[in-house]
Design a binder for this molecule. Sequence first.
Ligand code: AMP
Length: 176
Amino acid sequence: MSLDLAALLRDRIRDAPDYPRAGIVFKDINPLLADHVAFAGAVDAIVAHHGRGTIDKVAGIEARGFLLAAPVAYHFGAGVVPVRKKGKLPGPTLDAEYALEYGEAVLEVQADAFAPGERVLVVDDVLATGGTARAAASLIARAGGEVVGVSVLLELLFLDGRARLADLDVHALVQV
Ligand code: AMP
């Protein structure tokens, strides 16, 4: 990824202090999504990191992960699978509880979403504590997929989410 693209992406991620609650700095990626050069550059950089033909399914995490997973999957020539918050998918589903930087949640995936051994890339907007990506990876593994990596726009280094994903290729376009 060029230095120019990294600088552009960094510039298009906006801090929202004390959102959704006091003490959290929410990283708002909407300006990046709304800028076609930044958005296309981010999608292309994720695809280039892994290479076309290396991924069978891209798993996008609700909700901002969906916006990235679909174009990434299209450019890989891969399918896209939604990993959703509890209660949004018709069954049978598998679920996993996890803790967030702010709160707790349950993720679900459809039990038949992956053929055995399919290579799966997890995509989300922000890697914070790594709990979400860890839960998604464990769900995908239980559903028969082989998680080959996690790609995010932004990694919050101070939370060391990467440590919880030490067995995976964790790729962040911007680190702060
Ligand atoms: P975590 O499980 O702690 O790695 O949190 C990652 C998930 O929560 C991602 O789906 C993000 O969209 C969201 N998230 C956590 N912290 C932030 C933050 N500071 N700004 C924006 N999104 C966040």
